[in-house]
Design a protein. Structure first.
Length: 321
């Protein structure tokens, strides 16, 4: 027992926490939330490769290099090979700091969770793992509607993280019956609220309802800093097939409302041709219209207009022509 001031002093003397992926992946326990077929596993593996190499994520977000292990509860080695084989027969080369482990135990057997955590702990120590991805939560907790089962898992994962000092990223499905006209939030987590309470950070992936070829990412919870990827600053990706291999490509920053079901703010018809908001904003700025006027035209708030102008400036700096 000590005073609150003593706690603060002790905390200030400890090493400063660093992002694993700048402004997105924190030390501790995090979660990727997304429906089936949105590309959660592909996104996680791509992140893992960036992190294990220490490469900038999408050439934008700085990364602290870690030795990564992915626990895959779903796919066989053959399925993994098929996914990452190019059209010419060659395979995508991953970092040698990236490992994959399969779940080979029966989740219904006695002491399953204890055996699983012992196995994970053994692998962490043996291979000097510092970043762990578990794909996915429902393959381990067979009934997320049982609070006792969820609490047992999440408290043991928390203890594992504290004992080994690794960072853990869980992959999970959202609850059923989500209204796609509503914004993503932490309440979308399938099952018990115990999960959300124990997380240090969480982000959701969802297909855009305006352009289904786009995937949006929203940061739902963070403890290290302000939320840099909230509703007004979601990250937009495209999941592409490049020579036979699925790859997430960065598109830009946008407002979440532009991608919700029945949203009418993402595009405006002009002579029966859809013109993107960015083009409209560019045209308005050439006419020297103030941001407040542009916001009224597009039925957006002024902060969103400012964010889109920053994106335009960023794209102009990369592609000056």
């Amino acid at each position: 027992m000590q005073t609150f001031n003593a706690c603060i002093k002790d905390g200030s003397d400890q090493p400063k926490l660093e992002y694993i992926v700048d402004k997105l992946i924190e030390p501790g326990i995090g979660l990727i939330l997304g429906k089936s077929n949105v590309g959660k596993s592909i996104f996680a593996v791509q992140l893992a490769n960036y992190i294990s190499n220490g490469d900038k994520v999408f050439d934008m977000f700085s990364t602290v290099q870690n030795r990564v292990m992915v626990i895959d509860c779903e796919m066989t080695d053959r399925q993994i090979a098929n996914r990452y084989q190019y059209s010419n027969g060659e395979f995508l080369h991953f970092s040698d700091n990236m490992y994959r482990s399969k779940l080979n135990v029966n989740i219904l057997e006695k002491d399953f969770l204890k055996k699983l955590l012992y196995s994970i702990n053994d692998s962490i120590l043996r291979y000097k793992i510092t970043f762990l991805i578990i794909d996915n939560l429902m393959s381990i907790i067979y009934d997320l509607n049982k609070p006792a089962l969820v609490l047992e898992f999440i408290t043991n994962i928390k203890k594992l993280q504290e004992d080994t000092l690794i960072s853990i990223l869980l992959i999970a499905h959202p609850r059923k019956g989500i209204d796609l006209s509503e914004k993503m939030d932490l309440e979308d987590i399938y099952g018990s609220s115990y999960i959300g309470n124990f997380l240090d950070y969480a982000f959701g992936l969802r297909k855009s309802n305006v352009n289904p070829s786009e995937i949006i990412l929203k940061l739902l919870k963070t403890r290290m800093d302000v939320n840099n990827f909230d509703s007004e600053n979601i990250i937009v990706f495209k999941l592409e097939n490049i020579d036979g291999v699925p790859i997430f490509s960065y598109i830009g920053i946008d407002s979440e409302v532009n991608h919700l079901k029945n949203s009418e703010t993402n595009f405006i018809k002009n002579n029966e041709k859809m013109i993107s908001e960015l083009e409209i904003i560019k045209n308005c700025k050439e006419l020297k219209l103030p941001n407040t006027t542009i916001a009224n035209i597009l039925k957006l708030n002024e902060k969103t207009i400012r964010n889109k102008l920053k994106l335009i400036d960023q794209e102009n700096s990369v592609n000056p022509n």
